[in-house]
Design a protein around this ligand. Structure first.
Ligand code: NAD
Length: 494
């Protein structure tokens, strides 16, 4: 099956309620990762375009902040409905732009994105403050105020999900947003901005400005009139964001890289563990911050585990992402494919490849950015065990006992997702507590829900997307003191 091309794309900057070209007319080519043909040229935001988006957001902010919580929620609920009404279109758009198999986009990206918008639509009138017990005669109440203008910067691996994970809670809390999707995968964010305008979001509340990181992203991070940056991306860029933010000491939320340990104990349900571990690494071509990219398997079951795992991995169907039969698509860009293949080459040279370790040997797939499902043996000191490869590339390390498994799991500077497979209830909780990570999946992997906090520790960053926790990220507490029945003491006795 050949990729079909939608007729047109939203491909300009979305600023102040309208699609506009960039001020200097620059554009960026957006390629189809299946065959590297041109999908469209999008307007490229540069610093001056960021500035005008921030001006639009600043202008819209007072009215949006003072819009009733109920009405803010109602608009988000309408947006969720609109996304569901355009379900197939959004799934195909995301598939075309990112290389996600359309099967996955329909199963995960679109329904979960709509569910996130709906969840925070429902949450908009539940952003509670508190009343603090204090001295008699005083009332101390705490309101949660929106932080103001939120600058969002997101990566290319799950562009639709990342977009709504930032957008929906920020808007629910009364902020205006200037969001920069990745230059590689900007199309779904622009289309959802268009849907948001159609359902009635006021001008300037949502601004979407694709552009390069070192120009547009840098300007958002350093902008004196942006109050918070919500960033998802690599740890290296997270550091740059932090440095750029110092000018006005804006709030910074960092959702960064990961190197998820996936521990398989000898007392697990082996078929389940194999199945779940395949999903943990190969879903989305391994391009997931929470991927289970380090398999840590008990030595007594390692051979059987590898045989079963490899048998399925070798049969994963790679092909056109728009074909509903396709189980693994291309990586998002040629540059990223080359990076992953460089790790493969190194693994080939060191003789550690168990399966894969190359691009598929197929003339059609060679036009796109494909990498074979790959497993590589690695010790804790190996580069493959330490570095985030961000592709269909999993390491295999064996352990003798629980203590060694925990040691290996924690032998990383990251701490985002993690998982373990066991039928021993005590062990499951004990080991889960011992792993240093923001999320632990027991007998499952990569679960998420709008109500569950998502984020990491260590060099995986700080702050949380989703959950009730995210409401703290997008608001600040304002403490009111009211004297309703307390005589003011004569502090200066005259
Ligand atoms: P990246 O860090 O290269 O880019 C992320 C975003 O930052 C892009 O929009 C990019 O244009 C922008 N950017 C780049 N340089 C910048 C700069 N100097 N200033 C401001 N912005 C800049 O990441 P990527 O390659 O797009 O995505 C992959 C990375 O994202 C992986 O490390 C992955 O683990 C991480 N990620 C983390 C999470 C999470 O929730 N923790 C989720 C998804 C992806």
């Amino acid at each position: 099956m050949q990729s079909s091309q939608p007729k047109s794309f939203a491909n300009q900057l979305f600023i102040d309620g309208s699609f506009v070209p960039s001020l200097d007319g620059s554009t960026i080519d957006v390629l189809n990762p299946f065959d590297n043909t041109l999908l469209t040229r999008i307007a490229e935001a540069k610093a001056a375009d960021v500035d005008r988006a921030v001006v639009a957001a600043r202008k819209a902010f007072p009215a949006w902040r003072d819009t009733s919580h109920e009405n803010r929620g109602r608009l988000l609920l309408k947006l969720a409905d609109a996304m569901e009404a355009h379900f197939d279109e959004l799934a195909e758009l995301e598939s075309l732009d990112t290389g996600h198999p359309v099967r996955d986009a329909k199963m995960l990206d679109v329904p979960r994105s709509a569910a996130c918008v709906r969840y925070f639509g429902g949450m908009a009138d539940k952003v509670f403050g508190s009343v603090v017990p204090t001295d008699p005669g005083f009332l101390n109440y705490v309101l949660r105020e929106p932080v103001g203008i939120v600058g969002g910067i997101i990566p290319w691996n799950f562009p639709m999900l990342s977009f709504v994970w930032k957008l929906a809670p920020a808007l629910a809390c009364g902020n205006c947003v200037v969001l920069k999707p990745s230059e590689v995968t900007p199309l779904s964010a622009l289309r959802i901005a268009q849907l948001a305008a159609e359902v009635g979001f006021p001008k300037g509340v949502i601004n979407v400005i694709p552009g390069y990181g070192h120009t547009a992203g840098q300007r958002i991070a350093e902008h004196p009139d942006v109050n918070k940056v919500a960033f998802t991306g690599s740890t290296a860029v997270g550091r740059k964001i932090l440095a750029a933010s110092e000018g006005n000491l804006k709030r910074v939320q960092l959702e960064l890289g990961g190197k998820g340990p996936n521990i398989v104990f000898e007392d697990c349900d082996l078929p389940q563990a194999v199945n779940g571990s395949l999903f943990a690494i190969f879903h989305n071509q391994g391009q997931a911050c929470i991927a289970g990219s380090r398999l840590i398997v008990h030595e007594s079951i390692a051979d059987e585990f590898v045989d079963r795992f490899a048998a399925v991995a070798k049969t994963i169907r790679q092909g056109d992402p728009l074909n509903p039969e396709t189980e693994m698509g291309p990586l998002a860009s040629r540059a990223h494919q080359e990076k992953v293949l460089a790790f493969c080459k190194q693994a080939q040279e060191s003789g550690n490849v168990v399966i894969g370790g190359a691009a598929p040997d197929d003339a059609v797939l060679a036009r796109g950015n494909f990498v074979l499902p790959t497993m590589v043996r690695a010790g804790a000191d190996d580069i493959f065990f330490r570095e985030e490869v961000f592709g269909p590339f999993v390491t295999l390390t064996t352990f003798k006992d629980e203590a060694e498994a925990i040691h290996l799991a924690n032998a990383t500077r990251y701490g985002l997702g993690s998982g373990l497979w066991t039928n021993n209830l005590q062990r499951a909780h004990r080991v889960g507590r011992a792993i240093r990570a923001g999320m632990v999946w027991i007998n499952c992997y990569k679960r998420s829900a709008p109500g569950s906090p998502f984020g990491g520790v260590g060099e995986s960053g700080y702050g949380r997307d989703l959950g009730l926790e995210v409401l703290q990220e997008y608001t600040y507490p304002k403490s009111f003191w009211v004297n309703y029945d307390h005589p003011t003491p004569a502090f200066y006795k005259r």
